[in-house]
Design a protein around this ligand. Structure first.
Ligand SMILES: [Zn+2]
Length: 420
């Protein structure tokens, strides 16, 4: 991985920029800035000091002398993508080249070893390693569970409050709670996190409903299938099976529930791809394949209704060490969101503008606009015509440095060979 530094130095050594970070102009490119504005053909984007310094028609934008100019005629430019649900500790640092090759320049780490993640994060930030921007929860806050790691085990409201204070002292970006956290401890944690101004991402604890979690101030709710669990766990629940639960959510009860999310500003990260590739396709049990697939299809319908009701949604794959592939499965999630009725632009925004909004960093990430960090993906084909074209990656710009896809792949393979 160290050798990736070589690419950085290569660009640093360009004339006139030996003291500065590399600068770059992409000309004659179609910019899809992800603000929601229409695509802008024949544009030029100038990058300096790792940031976008100009975007405009190629005929008008002045290109500073001495910088690298790439004629990108016929190519399309989108902002770097964020996977808003991943687990880097489980995926290991093998995930980094896969993420970058797939245009994923940011990850919200949803539970892992904070010391390790922070080591990676500072290596990435100081240029010793190529990888995505990371925001991280650190350890999961969970109830007692066998055979799991990177957990803060919490049994009581007092322990929950203490966990919030401990995590705040560690400087976590947010807290991630998991499904074995006892309900009383969950609500105490939400109160304490609110006081300490730390956002909480919620994998729904057993016995808590999605409406209660939203009303308690969850910043985001994770995984579409927890909606069916909620329908079976909520007070006065009548649904006894997942099928009944899904049907309930597809009816008026779901509409009422979505209004909680809208009113409270709760984001939803459905991770449809995790259900499809994990619970449907990964199962060895062929008898349950069809029922699982039918639930997956209904989950897509739930996301369609949530989106129509105005719930804010972000893309996440839940990559870790099981059925999902870092980077690649984010593109599968975008395709599933289009299947759920999102326009390609809306699907792109779930991995660009929406994560920036969620993090309160729209001035830094999420769009191709002046002032934003130059994390960009050059595509060979138009993703607004077909969302699967987000996979047609020609090159990735990370913090202003251009990485042709072939160079990332070759370096990753070489690094893997050296480790063996
Ligand atoms: Zn997860």
């Amino acid at each position: 991985m160290q050798k990736w530094l070589f690419f950085a130095f290569l660009f640093c050594s360009l004339p006139a920029f030996s003291q500065k970070r590399p600068s770059l102009a992409l000309t004659h490119i179609t910019v899809i800035d992800c603000t929601g504005a229409p695509a802008k053909p024949n544009s030029t984007v100038v990058v300096a000091q790792g940031h976008i310094t100009a975007v405009g028609p190629s005929d008008f934008v002045k290109i500073p002398e001495g910088i690298r100019v790439v004629d990108a005629t016929g190519k399309f430019l989108i902002p770097g993508l964020w996977d808003m649900h991943g687990h880097l500790t489980d995926a290991t640092d093998d995930a980094f080249p896969l993420l970058i090759m797939n245009g994923v320049t940011g990850v919200r780490d949803m539970g892992g070893n904070i010391a390790q993640i922070d080591r990676w994060r500072s290596q990435i930030e100081n240029g010793a390693r190529v990888g995505p921007h990371i925001i991280r929860a650190g350890p999961f806050v969970d109830g007692p569970k066998e055979g799991v790691t990177n957990r803060l085990t919490v049994r009581t409201p007092e322990e929950a409050q203490q966990a919030v204070r401990n995590l705040k002292a560690k400087g976590v970006d947010f807290i991630k709670v998991h499904n074995a956290l006892p309900p009383e401890a969950f609500f105490a944690l939400m109160d304490e996190a609110h006081k300490e101004h730390i956002p909480v991402a919620v994998h729904l604890p057993k016995g808590v409903s999605s409406a209660e979690a939203s009303d308690a101030g969850a910043a985001s709710l994770e995984h579409v299938e927890t909606m069916s669990e909620s329908a079976m766990w909520r007070k006065g629940a009548t649904a006894k099976t997942v099928e009944q639960a899904v049907d309930e959510i597809l009816g008026p009860a779901g509409q009422e529930l979505f209004q909680h999310f809208v009113k409270n500003g709760t984001w939803y990260v459905p991770t449809l791809v995790a259900y499809e590739r994990g619970f449907v396709l990964w199962s060895n049990d062929s008898e349950s394949l069809l029922p699982r697939f039918q639930i997956h299809e209904k989950d897509i319908e739930i996301v369609r209704k949530m989106h129509k009701a105005g719930v804010q949604i972000m893309a996440g794959s839940d990559f870790s060490d099981w059925a999902l592939v870092p980077g690649i499965d984010l593109h599968n999630e975008l395709a599933l969101l289009v299947e759920a009725g999102f326009t390609p632009m809306e699907a792109l925004q779930t991995a660009t503008l929406n994560p920036a909004k969620f993090m309160g960093k729209t001035d830094t990430y999420g769009t191709v606009q002046v002032g934003r960090v130059a994390d960009l993906v050059l595509l060979d084909m138009n993703p607004l015509e077909d969302i699967s074209h987000t996979r047609k990656i020609h090159a990735v710009v990370l913090g202003g440095k251009l990485y042709p896809l072939a160079s990332i792949r070759a370096q990753a393979l070489q690094d893997a060979g050296e480790r063996r």
